[in-house]
Ligand binder design. Structure first.
Ligand SMILES: Cc1cc2nc3c(=O)[nH]c(=O)nc-3n(C[C@H](O)[C@H](O)[C@H](O)COP(=O)(O)OP(=O)(O)OC[C@H]3O[C@@H](n4cnc5c(N)ncnc54)[C@H](O)[C@@H]3O)c2cc1C
Length: 438
């Protein structure tokens, strides 16, 4: 890309000073903000959108992963609170819990408020504010222009590692062989659907394939491969998880724009196709799309330990293990789509740790290499691409956030660097005092 150099000096206001600033209010950011505030640190969570929940709410990823199933801690509290308001429904076919995104937004906000953490919405984090190799805050922008927020510890829970990358933390992105990242998905909630049990999905897929070949629908075959009923939402609506767009780097605004446009076009083509050809879908209508297209993969920062595929498959445990999971390696690559469409059970078996076992994620994956005052939580933590395909699951991300928030508050209290926090002590606190299942 062409670039020019502009020398400008600008007087910007200092908008506030906190012990801990959490960047991004998704599952990882929620866990981090609540844990940090509960540990007595003055905490602020900064979020670009207008609510909490991140992909869970704004991107309509309303499914809790089935096989992670071992989270406890803040994740369990949040889930229970959503359930109390009637916001969880078990899909009868996939047996996954689906939640109501509006109830989740409200519950998340209430839990952060109750923890004592402050919230700042409509605020885009431009970069880390560094002195030497130490992060001392963040530069933000939005209504009112640019500003500085100071912090003793900053937690990058942006999913994309925006803050860490701007602080020059090394990172990797995409497949080794071609840099390609996972398909991304504009999720939706579709109402007005009847007669599901009688649907012959094989036949529907064949009709779709014929229409695709004739150019009646312009949807690539990888989108249609998994077309089935989706999952059943809390109010009887259907939710879909088709990989709408591939070959996108979601850290690039131009590519993201293209993906949003493509995703919407494809969704409408599918909706109109469903009205034409699927019995019981004649009057289906679009209730809602995600406010943003759903992104599965971008930057993975390099930290003091890089979690690997081998760790996941072997069910490796660590003295400083602060989260655990058994979710399969799920990278939505074209090759995997073929393989898992043929035999999902076999795919899961060969891409997971042994049945009944789990792997752990060490605290060192949250500690970036070479930069102080910063922790990373959520899907951008230090991991190879395959292990990331497993740990990116929302419940695990929230546990990682809870660990980062607890560690940040410990560092502030003890006046030490986040990297000096004893990972095995942190593990003990999370396990014994916070009921995190490790
Ligand atoms: C289509 C799809 C389907 C999925 N299916 C499942 C599933 O079935 N089960 C499951 O458990 N997981 C699923 N996942 C994975 C899971 O939703 C995500 O990996 C998880 O939400 C990541 O959490 P996070 O907190 O790290 O990031 P995110 O959820 O992405 O949250 C990051 C937050 O940071 C904010 N932010 C980002 N950059 C900035 C910035 N510069 N300034 C200010 N704010 C910023 C964003 O607005 C967002 O709120 C799915 C993901 C996708 C996309």
């Amino acid at each position: 890309m062409n670039s020019i150099s502009i020398n400008f000096q600008k007087q910007i206001p200092v908008l506030g000073a906190y012990d801990v600033i959490v960047c991004g209010g998704g599952p990882a950011g929620l866990g981090a903000a609540i844990a940090s505030a509960r540990h007595g640190a003055e905490t602020l969570v900064v979020e670009n959108s207008n609510c909490l929940g991140g992909s869970w709410t704004n991107r309509l990823v309303t499914e809790y992963a089935i096989r992670a199933g071992m989270n406890g801690g803040i994740f369990k509290e949040l889930r229970n609170e959503i359930e109390k308001l009637g916001g969880i429904h078990i899909d009868p076919y996939w047996h996954v819990p689906i939640f109501d995104p509006e109830i989740a937004k409200y519950v998340a906000q209430r839990m952060v408020e109750d923890s004592g953490a402050a919230m700042l919405f409509h605020t885009f984090i431009e970069s880390a504010f560094c002195e030497g190799n130490t992060v001392k805050g963040i530069i933000v922008t939005g209504k009112g222009g640019m500003g500085l927020l100071r912090a003793k510890v900053v937690i990058d829970a942006t999913g994309d590692g925006d803050v860490a990358a701007s602080a020059n933390v090394p990172f990797e992105k995409g497949r080794k062989k071609d840099g390609r990242m996972q398909g991304i998905t504009l999720r939706s909630r579709i109402g007005g659907v009847n007669n599901l049990p009688d649907t012959n999905w094989k036949k529907i897929n064949e009709i779709l394939e014929q229409e695709r070949k004739k150019g009646i629908v312009n949807i690539p075959s990888y989108v249609t491969k998994w077309l089935d009923a989706g999952a059943e939402g809390v109010h009887g609506e259907r939710t879909f998880n088709l990989d709408m767009v591939t070959e996108i780097d979601a850290t690039d605004r131009f590519q993201l724009t293209k993906a949003e446009m493509e995703g919407r076009k494809r969704l409408w083509e599918l909706l109109l196709f469903a009205r034409r050809h699927i019995p019981g879908w004649e009057k289906c209508y679009l209730i809602q799309t995600g406010s943003y297209i759903g992104v599965r993969e971008t930057r993975r920062i390099i930290g003091e330990y890089v979690l690997t595929k081998a760790d996941v498959l072997a069910g490796r445990k660590f003295a400083d293990g602060i989260s655990r999971s058994s979710h399969p390696i799920d990278t939505h690559d074209p090759e995997n789509a073929e393989e898992s469409a043929v035999d999902l059970e076999k795919y899961v078996r060969t891409h997971s740790c042994p049945k009944g076992d789990w792997y752990e994620i060490p605290y060192r994956c949250l500690v970036p290499k070479g930069v102080e005052g910063l922790l990373v939580a959520g899907r951008c933590i230090s991991s190879d691409r395959e292990s990331n395909g497993s740990l990116r699951i929302a419940g695990t991300c929230m546990n990682l956030g809870q660990a980062a928030g607890t560690a940040a508050a410990m560092a502030v209290k003890k006046k030490i660097l986040p990297r000096e926090v004893d990972g095995s002590k942190l593990r003990g606190i999370l396990k014994e005092k916070h009921a995190v299942e490790i």
